[in-house]
Design a binder for this molecule. Structure first.
Ligand SMILES: Cc1ncc(COP(=O)(O)O)c(C=O)c1O
Length: 386
């Protein structure tokens, strides 16, 4: 399914015409439980908060360099080089105002009005809004029933496309792409040298059941066509700090950097200082966080198991579940029913055409609220019309 952009409209009108993103999540009604937000329940680690306070108390309140703090870029470049077959320089790391601004800057820098952007879905809803902002046409490519990429459909569309945007691990599905999926994407890129992959790996550190996770940074044969985007928001529970980063080959990174700094200017000095502490978080702490999300994922699966009207692909990472519910209600109507039953979730249709019939639950909330929210969810589903 292709959504053509309307060049006669301005960017705000184009976004407004096609966006499925809620302008605000709204406050939860009194007594309601929110399973709607993509926000870790644990606060930012104390060591990171302390580092920010130290930075401010040390008077680090001045502009940072326009292209981001050199030390932070260096640290990220070293981390990426050590973890992937992709020697990365500081020039190739663009520091951004959260993952959101990284994705937007990449799109503005690399996609022209009228270009075709392939978006495997269901997926994070911001990508389509960015495409509308730029004036690009969106080609939705539905996932296969098992959540894998429809590589044949992508191959069919690739010759006339500028970019593929992947979310891995997936928001809203929690699925991760297999080695075969990544190999297929690598082959597509190799066959189409003008095609770019924008891989959003905001949840790349949250992978369950010790499954192997293959990053787009591992596609070393086509690294000049890969644009990787991540954020400190989810891994380090730093959603409010607004720091992300993009990794791309030098020429692409320079363009993305230019767009990002033209819009944002330099990033917050003390946030970049504190990010150095965040990035030094011991692996054991990160694994503990992941284990805790995995336990909550299991609670979701247990609660939904055996409900005849609910089907779900097991989330393999991130902190979302995306059940499909058989009912005559639309996703939006289901969300309203759930809210009336005291549990807030997101409408599946926000995440692409094939999200209709689904809702998204976040299990990043605390266990007590999650259990209560799931009870309300299950009770509400039992009353849905067929
Ligand atoms: C897949 C994905 N990418 C990017 C973002 C944006 O992250 P940030 O808070 O760093 O802008 C989110 C936030 O929910 C997300 O789910």
């Amino acid at each position: 399914m292709t959504v053509l952009s309307s060049p006669q409209l301005g960017a705000p009108e184009r976004i407004a015409a096609s966006s499925r993103r809620p302008a605000t999540l709204g406050a939860a009604a009194p007594g309601a439980i929110s399973l709607a937000m993509g926000e870790p329940d644990a606060g930012t680690p104390t060591a990171v908060v302390d580092a920010a306070v130290r930075s401010l108390m040390d008077g680090r309140t001045w502009y940072s360099p326009m292209t981001g703090a050199p030390e932070l870029r260096e640290v990220l470049a070293r981390k990426i080089s050590a973890g992937h077959p992709r020697p990365t320089t500081a020039r190739e790391v663009v520091l951004t105002h959260g993952g959101s601004a990284g994705l937007a800057a990449a799109m503005l820098a690399l996609v022209q009005p009228g270009d075709r952007v392939l978006i495997p879905e269901p997926t994070y809803s911001l990508y389509a809004d960015h495409a509308a902002m730029v004036g690009a046409d969106v080609v939705w490519v539905a996932a296969r029933a098992d959540g894998s990429l429809d590589l044949e459909a992508l191959r069919y569309e690739a010759a006339t496309a500028r970019m593929i945007i992947m979310c891995n691990p997936g928001n809203p599905t929690g699925r991760i792409y297999s080695a075969a999926d990544l190999a297929g994407i690598g082959a597509l890129l190799a066959d189409h040298p003008d095609l770019l992959l924008l891989s959003d790996e905001a949840y790349g550190s949250i992978v369950f059941d010790e499954l192997p996770f293959i990053s787009a940074l591992d596609l070393s044969d086509v690294s000049s066509q890969v644009v990787y985007c991540s954020t400190l928001s989810k891994t380090y529970a730093m959603t409010g700090w607004r720091l992300g980063f993009v990794v791309a080959s030098g020429p692409l990174a320079d363009k993305i950097n230019l767009i990002h700094r033209t819009i944002n200017g330099p990033l917050n000095t003390f946030v970049q200082d504190a990010a150095l502490t965040a990035l030094a978080t011991p692996d054991a702490d990160l694994q503990k966080m992941t284990a805790s999300y995995q336990e909550r994922r299991n609670l979701v699966l247990e609660a939904l198991a055996g409900i005849p009207d609910v089907e779900i692909l097991t989330p393999q990472g991130a902190f979302y579940a995306f059940p499909r519910i058989s009912t005559s209600l639309s996703s939006d109507e289901m969300v309203a029913r759930f809210a009336a039953a005291g549990v807030m979730v997101r409408s599946g249709s926000e995440f692409g055409p094939s999200g209709e019939g689904h809702v998204r639950l976040s299990f990043a909330t605390d266990v007590t609220s999650l259990k209560e929210g799931l009870d309300r969810f299950v009770t509400a589903v039992a009353a849905f019309p067929q």
